[in-house]
Ligand binder design. Structure first.
Ligand code: ADE
Length: 228
């Protein structure tokens, strides 16, 4: 998989992508991530990429020309399955969408800023608008980093324990059951007996029940619909 990120703050991604599983996935060549600084495509002598909104109002709007230049350059080099725009007014990201995106070949992610991008960018180029939740970030970079993390870990070979991604919370519309490790007792707080019993079937039943109970209490909406 190849991901091209269009941003005015490429350095925001350095931390999240340079550690742990993401770093290994990149080093192994399981995913290629390329960053494009939109400012490099500005013809303005001050490298400005935003301007005042037509019709007035607060905040600045990202201009179409620099963004169009990067997108068109990249599109001339390869075919993209999706061109994503991170924005609080997009479709809310979830595990189902992460699964779908993990099967793509080439994906672009445009990180929004200020009051947003000129609507014509969205009309002309964007194929998917994604929000990571009902809150507003200072920019789309952290949202893009979250999406990349959730998608890349699903690419075969990225997580060493192959079954691990399949048993995540949400893969079956349920939250994960509680987990424990040694010691079996901490300051009088014991690990549930069943987990120490060695009785596989009982352990499985206990985990299913716990997962269901947790979901019913914390996220009953997951039991009611098919959001994935
Ligand atoms: N940009 C600002 N807030 C965002 C959000 N919640 N999701 C995606 N992009 C954003």
């Amino acid at each position: 998989m190849r991901i091209d990120v269009l941003t005015i703050f490429p350095r925001i991604f350095e931390g999240p992508l340079s550690e742990s599983i993401m770093k290994r996935a990149i080093d192994k060549g399981l995913v290629e991530i390329h960053f494009h600084d939109i400012r490099d495509y500005s013809e303005d002598k001050h490298k400005r990429v935003d301007d005042y909104p037509f019709g007035g109002g607060a905040g600045m709007v990202m201009r179409i020309e620099p963004i169009a230049r990067v997108i068109e350059k990249l599109k001339s080099e390869r075919v993209y399955d999706d061109i994503i725009y991170t924005t609080p007014d997009g479709e809310v990201f979830n595990q189902k969408l992460a699964n779908t995106l993990s099967l793509k070949g080439n994906v672009m992610i445009l990180c929004g800023h200020y009051k947003g991008v000129d609507q014509r960018v969205r009309d002309l180029y964007i194929t998917k608008e994604i929000s990571i939740g009902d809150f507003v970030l200072t920019g789309g970079e952290l949202a893009a980093a979250v999406i990349i993390d959730a998608v890349v870990r699903l690419i075969p070979g990225v997580i060493s324990d192959e079954t691990s991604a399949l048993t995540d919370s949400f893969q079956d519309n349920l939250l994960s059951p509680p987990v424990y490790t040694r010691p079996a007792e901490f300051k009088g707080h014991k690990v549930p007996d069943v987990l120490l019993s060695g009785h596989e079937k009982k352990i499985e039943e206990w985990r299913e029940k716990q997962a269901f109970e947790r979901t019913r209490k914390i996220r009953p909406d997951l039991l009611e619909d098919d959001k994935g």
